[in-house]
Design a protein around this ligand. Structure first.
Ligand code: SF4
Ligand code: SF4
Length: 93
C-alpha cells in the first residue's frame, strides 16, 4: 500500500528501525516500510508491505519506525491510515 508523505526526506531511518525491531538486524531491504523517490513533487512515497515473504516483512502497525522519523507525527498518521485500510480490506499482514 502506498502513501504520499510530503515531509519525508528519504533518510531511511524507518526501514532500519523496522528491520531491527522485527528481525533483530539492520537490513532495510527486509523492512515492511520503504521510502520511494517521486518523479515530481515534494517528499517521498511511503510503501508498506502487506504480506510477509522471504524477502520482506509485513507491517504490523507497531510504530517502532515512528520513533526514528523526524516528521514522526506525519508517519504515525500514515500508519494509522494504512492499518485502517488494511483492516477494512481484510488483507493479511
Ligand atoms: S509500524 Fe510497520 S513499518 Fe513501522 S516498524 Fe512497525 S512493522 Fe515496521
Ligand atoms: S518516513 Fe521518516 S524515517 Fe522514513 S525515510 Fe521518511 S523521513 Fe526518514
Amino acid at each position: 500500500m502506498i502513501f504520499h508523505m510530503p515531509a519525508c526526506s528519504g533518510c531511511g531511518n524507518c526501514s532500519m528501525a523496522c528491520s531491527f525491531h522485527n528481525e533483530g538486524e539492520f537490513v532495510p531491504a527486509k523492512a515492511a516500510i520503504r521510502s520511494v523517490e517521486r518523479d515530481d513533487g515534494q517528499g517521498y512515497l511511503i510503501s508498506f508491505s502487506q504480506e510477509s515473504d522471504e524477502e520482506r516483512l509485513a507491517c504490523n502497525g507497531c510504530k517502532e519506525c515512528v520513533k526514528l522519523c523526524v516528521p514522526g507525527e506525519d508517519l504515525e498518521n500514515i500508519i494509522m491510515e494504512y492499518m485502517e485500510k488494511r483492516n477494512n480490506t481484510g488483507q493479511p499482514g
